[in-house]
Design a protein around this ligand. Structure first.
Ligand SMILES: [Fe+2]
Length: 162
């Protein structure tokens, strides 16, 4: 589909993040199973639930704008995940693996934060107010997930230093 307007670009970006959320629903359980720290496992499990909500919210957004919910392959998120998987294969020590998992998860969150931030602003510009508030809810949850990962990573470092 050629992209000729902000409205087309909005739809394309929704399809991109919808693909990403659905891929994450498959990948987060793998990350949870690789984590050694109970808190990190718990964080992944909690974020999996949120991620399912994010996908459901996107379905609502598609509906609100009168479009079918469908994903469009997103090489950016695939690249972030592929790089993390390659790295994790090479790490044998459990603590270091947890640090690598936190870093990978933060990279994913940052990608999502930038996409949702853009989508909120485009939804407002296009007059899709209900869609904008749904997207804003997800944006807040992605930021909170990123903060929790950051704090957990710092706690782990402090633990090691103590
Ligand atoms: Fe998400």
């Amino acid at each position: 589909m050629p992209i000729k307007s902000l409205s087309d670009l909005f739809l394309h970006t929704l399809q991109d993040i919808y693909f990403a959320e659905n891929l994450l629903i498959k990948k987060i359980p793998v990350m949870a199973s690789e984590a050694s720290s109970a808190e990190l496992k718990h964080l992944f499990e909690a974020h999996l639930k949120e991620t399912k909500t994010h996908a459901a919210r996107l379905q609502q957004v598609f509906k609100l704008i009168g479009e079918k919910a469908e994903g469009e392959e997103c090489p950016a998120i695939e690249g972030i995940i592929e790089e993390a998987e390659e790295l994790l294969d090479e790490v044998s020590d459990a603590k270091t693996k947890d640090a690598a998992l936190i870093a990978a998860a933060q990279a994913v969150e940052h990608y999502e934060i930038t996409r949702y931030g853009t989508l909120v602003s485009w939804a407002k510009q296009l007059g899709h107010d209900a869609a904008a508030s749904l997207l804003r809810e997800t944006l807040a949850e992605e930021k909170e997930a990123d903060n929790k990962l950051l704090r957990l990573g710092e706690d782990k470092l402090n633990e090691k230093a103590a």
